[in-house]
Write a protein that binds this ligand. Structure first.
Ligand code: PGA
Ligand code: ZN
Length: 420
């Protein structure tokens, strides 16, 4: 049973405050979990409670910490730590709002994650087996974000993320090597062209490319120079995060940054078709803005047989919106981020909904992260087959990759690795 719960204000990878939570059980077990934070957020994400005022530019989380220490703890102390669902729904009830704005999703999620970790320890199981069962053996393909634009970098690339997908590798360990090697070669390719090799929030390079196409060509050049075959060993995944170039979150897009100018959904689809034809693109996330549901439907109708079409800002890991997407045929996959919805239980429910609809689901970190590796275990437990957790640098990203190496190693010959 839960003996105590307490939180602390710590810093995330961008130097902004976030919540760290400790759970202690009567048997002496103690766990700790830290909550991530996004920059290109969907409108309907669960509320991240920030203090406002002058401290940390308004981004302090003392209220959220106080909500854990003085409100959530009182309700949960004495509860059975194995009853994740009961614990999560008790917090949802205590909050009482639709978007967790009273207690803060950052307050609630930290507790939810720390409870799962304590329960796993108590059961003597690694977290991935506690959450996913003893047959959780599939290690996700690491979709490594090696070139950053949009809200994650101050450059002239509209699309937020260009990811390398090592689907042709025989194991996670080898896949990680493919992408890390290519990351280093890309650095050389950029240097040679006189482009910046500084990195964005998720550790990808953030050069001032003249266009989105130029960014893709640089990546393909790097793949080939490393000695891999584009489309066979490594393919490309894109997260447009189209919200960031759709000022009203509708079907009007402004790609003047990279020289494409203003366009409607139909033109954007034509451009996408050109790229999907020309380049080894395997997955495309948020190709249109979160308000452009028709755009998602058209995109999926046109490209859904060929590539994975992922919804992030439109679904926000919320079964209410994923259900709508399934009914409409908008996307064939959903991005899954624990802090978009705010509890472990609801995140699992979102995954289950995707699975039942025959959709894929793509596990994800946030651009503001901590050294917590919960996501790595969670991705294995959910059997999703692929995850994104940044580039081959920045400790908060590498921590998750290293945890996955550890899990693969621990499973010896039992682990599985495949794109589909
Ligand atoms: P975020 O970006 O964490 O800044 O929201 C990630 C994404 O859009 O997938
Ligand atoms: Zn996204």
């Amino acid at each position: 049973t839960i003996k105590s719960i307490s939180s602390l204000e710590i810093l995330d990878s961008r130097g902004n405050p976030t919540v760290r939570t400790y759970v202690e059980l009567n048997n002496g077990i103690r766990s700790v979990a830290s909550v991530p934070s996004g920059a290109s957020t969907g409108k309907n994400e669960a509320n991240e409670l920030r203090d406002g005022g002058k401290r940390y530019g308004g981004k302090g989380v003392q209220k959220a910490v106080d909500n854990v220490n003085n409100h959530i703890a009182k309700v949960l102390i004495g509860k059975n730590v194995n009853d994740q669902k009961d614990i999560d729904y008790s917090m949802i009830e205590l909050d009482g709002t639709d978007n967790k704005s009273k207690l803060g999703a950052n307050a609630i999620l930290g507790v939810s994650m720390a409870v799962a970790k304590a329960a796993a320890q108590s059961s003597g199981l690694p977290l991935y087996q506690y959450l996913g069962g003893v047959n959780s053996v599939r290690i996700p393909v690491p979709c490594m974000n090696i070139l950053n634009g949009g809200e994650h970098a101050d450059n002239s690339v509209d699309f937020q993320e260009f990811m390398l997908v090592p689907h042709g590798a025989p194991s996670f360990k080898e896949g990680l090597r493919y992408v890390a090697e290519t990351f280093h070669v890309l650095k050389g390719v950029l240097k040679k062209k006189g482009l910046a090799t500084s990195v964005g929030d998720e550790g990808g390079f953030a050069p001032n490319c003249e266009s989105n196409e130029a960014a893709i060509e640089l990546i393909i050049d790097a793949i080939e120079k490393t000695g891999y075959k584009p489309g066979i060993d490594l393919s490309i995944a894109i997260d447009s995060a189209a919200n960031s170039f759709s000022p009203n979150l509708d079907d009007n897009y402004d790609l003047s940054w990279s020289g494409l100018g203003k366009m409607k959904t139909a033109d954007l689809l034509e451009k996408s078709a050109e790229w999907i034809d020309k380049y080894p693109i395997i997955l495309w996330e948020d190709p249109v803005s979160e308000g452009d549901w028709d755009g998602y439907v058209s995109f999926t109708k046109r490209f859904g047989d060929k590539i994975e079409v992922v919804g992030d800002d439109n679904f926000v890991t919320n079964t209410k919106y994923i259900k709508k997407g399934i009914e409409l045929g908008a996307c064939n996959s959903a991005l899954i981020k624990l802090n978009q919805i705010g509890t472990v239980t609801e995140t699992i429910e979102a995954v289950r909904m995707c699975r039942e609809a025959g959709w894929r689901y793509f596990l994800s970190h946030r651009s503001g992260e901590t050294e917590d590796t919960f996501l790595a275990d969670f991705a294995v437990a959910m059997d999703g087959g692929h995850l994104k957790t940044g580039s081959a640098c920045r400790g908060e990203r590498i921590a998750k990759y290293n945890r996955l190496l550890e899990i693969e190693n621990e499973l010896r010959g039992r682990s599985e690795y495949r794109w589909k």
